[in-house]
Design a protein around this ligand. Sequence first.
Ligand SMILES: C[S@@+](CC[C@H](N)C(=O)[O-])C[C@H]1O[C@@H](n2cnc3c(N)ncnc32)[C@H](O)[C@@H]1O
Length: 344
Amino acid sequence: MDIEILSLFPDYFKGPFEESILKRAQEKQLLSFRHVNLRNFAFDRAKRVDDRPYGGGPGMVLKPEPVARAIGSVRRSDSHVVYLSPQGRVLTAGKCQELAQKSHLILLCGHYEGVDERVLEEEVDEEISIGDYVLTNGGLAALVLIDSVARFIPGVLGHEEAALQDSFQEGLLDCPHYTRPERFGQRGVPEVLREGNHAKVAAWRKAKAVEKTKRVRPDLYLRYLAEKGEETRKFLSGSLKEIALSCGNDSSVRAFYRKILGFEEREERLHAPFIGTSLVLIEGENTSPTFLVVEVEKEIFATWVRRLRRAQIDYYVTSEGSDTYLTFCDPAGHRWQVSPKIEG
Ligand SMILES: C[S@@+](CC[C@H](N)C(=O)[O-])C[C@H]1O[C@@H](n2cnc3c(N)ncnc32)[C@H](O)[C@@H]1O
């Protein structure tokens, strides 16, 4: 894979490519990196690449022409152009694996307030963020992206499976790891790891991974259950006419459904705003919690997110590619994975 980094700071990238795995990947000709200085594409003698924002306000904006010219100077028929931006979709292991299939990446690093929107619309294939915080420029974000993508290029890591056993690969965080010595202060190594029974080790590792994910990243855990879990699932996107959920005898649970999900109460039943499906709440303790995978109209999706936020109920919105999921647990213990209906 060939990677071109377009930024204002060539020195930023010197250290990381001259050490360890990224260095060896270049020696093995699995990766090549080139820095392109945006300043070399300025029009005027002063090499100005930024200007004041239209509409006023603080900071400067990278001008569109130098950025377009810089991209144009390295673009190939197989190029994939990424703008590193806090407004992009958040980088995931899945996205890294997808990018590792590309043969030519052009990474545009912004600075100041960002980059003129028009050149982004014109030249960029996708915007990627490395997390919900703001960096001073895109250099570090490009390095994070390169390092995490490189791990999925065959031959870059020592043994091929390594990247596939790490956190996020099975939708879970990794299990704990131990090495010698057998005792460290008061702490030992779990017995099961010293017995040599591979099946038992695998089961222990899986259980630990599930336990940690559930505790630390309930958003991932809900997603894992939705995709891999063996629990009951109900699909409400028009395939079922009616679905029953237990809600105990607690009126606050009913209030939750009414307020957050906007159910109307008719004839002792609550009717959900899903196309062709009504949701019936059963009072009593008779049914176990259910996993619900639901598709709703875009407006309903947005309304639910707003109401959950206002009511300070834990929820997670996850985006991957064009898919968006809202996950939350209702007070009766039913888990929901909701996505907005895609038109067309
Ligand atoms: C100060 S930031 C601009 C922030 C922008 N005004 C905003 O609020 O969305 C300058 C540059 O840093 C990079 N950057 C900052 N935070 C980032 C993040 N979380 N992920 C990827 N790039 C980021 C982008 O390239 C951005 O153009």
